[in-house]
Design a protein around this ligand. Structure first.
Ligand SMILES: [Zn+2]
Length: 313
């Protein structure tokens, strides 16, 4: 019945949006509890004041809007992050639902990617709030990616359930994990040598391993450089503006209480990595893969021109 209904575009959109809102509501619990190391299932949803939240005040988006962003028990304001995560998850689930329609088998691609989107969203918002990416998400996510690759070789284009196809699928996931985390690790080491301070955290390296296990090595490499590009283009104007206003306030002789902003500012890299991974997985993969293919052709040509025969790639 549900499968029949999901062939109807409007129904598909509504089902995925509602499912996304519910998942987003659960992700909010994860974002709050995973960094604190508490259980995800018990106790039931609680307000910051300790009161239990009844189910009718815990409906995604609606409750927040009806309550005007204030807790019913004590009037504390509920962070708008709760609303944002729910809506974002809903929107991404709908987008993924339509994007993967061209992929066969549809439900496999869709559900695997909904899991991937959830891991990325959770990591992003925890990193924004706490400047960490918990191992439960990054390392746990990498394990999930490897297991899925072995269980469903169709994910990497193998229309076969034989052990050989499974091993090939697993190998490409492992390759993605190693290339992703290995490259980011070395980018971090080199940046550290030049900048003389930690540039890339362990959490980012582990998250990239997870991205590689789901997207393959091309997606992992794109996430690093795409993430750096998006991060720089978004942050550069902010940093420049801030350092300008800092100079201005220094000229006004009240710079003593100024915080350290400007080039020394610490920004989590995880959200940008996650954003680039999402962009790759939800549509840029075609172009990125094509680019890597052309690069491979050029290298092959150079290899042959250098007098070597046979294929290296
Ligand atoms: Zn309360």
């Amino acid at each position: 019945m549900l499968v029949e209904l999901m062939r109807e575009p409007v129904a598909l959109g509504i089902i995925l949006f509602v499912f996304g809102l519910i998942t987003g509501s659960f992700l909010n619990v994860c974002i709050h509890r995973i960094p604190r190391g508490t259980s995800l299932v018990s106790p039931a949803s609680q307000c910051a004041c300790g009161q239990k939240i009844p189910w009718r005040l815990n409906i995604p988006v609606l409750s927040w809007l009806l309550l005007g962003g204030k807790a019913a028990c004590c009037g504390r304001s509920i962070p708008s992050r709760y609303l944002a995560v729910e809506l974002l998850t809903g929107a991404l689930f709908v987008f993924a639902g339509f994007h993967f329609q061209s992929q066969e088998p549809y439900f496999l691609f869709l559900s695997v990617n909904l899991v991937f989107i959830s891991i990325l969203l959770c990591s992003t918002f925890i990193d924004l709030e706490h400047m960490i990416i918990p191992d439960r998400l990054s390392v746990g996510g990498a394990f999930v990616g490897l297991i899925l690759a072995f269980a469903f070789p169709a994910l990497s284009g193998w229309w076969d359930d034989a052990l050989l196809a499974r091993m090939a699928s697993l190998t490409s996931a492992i390759l993605g994990l190693l290339v992703g985390s290995g490259t980011l690790y070395w980018v971090g080491i080199m940046a550290e040598t030049v900048l003389r301070r930690e540039a890339i955290g362990q959490g980012d390296v582990k998250l990239l391993g997870c991205v590689g296990a789901f997207c393959g090595w091309k997606g992992a490499l794109f996430s690093i450089f795409g993430g750096a590009l998006v991060g720089t283009s978004l942050l550069l104007p902010i940093v420049l503006l801030r350092s300008r206003s800092q100079t201005a306030s220094a000229e006004n002789n009240n710079s003593d209480r100024g915080e350290t902003i400007g080039w020394g500012v610490e920004v989590p890299f995880g959200p940008f990595l996650a954003l680039a991974a999402l962009l790759y997985q939800l549509g840029l993969d075609r172009y990125v893969d094509q680019y890597f293919e052309q690069l491979g052709n050029l290298l092959r040509l150079a290899w042959n021109n250098a007098g070597f025969t046979g294929s290296f790639w």
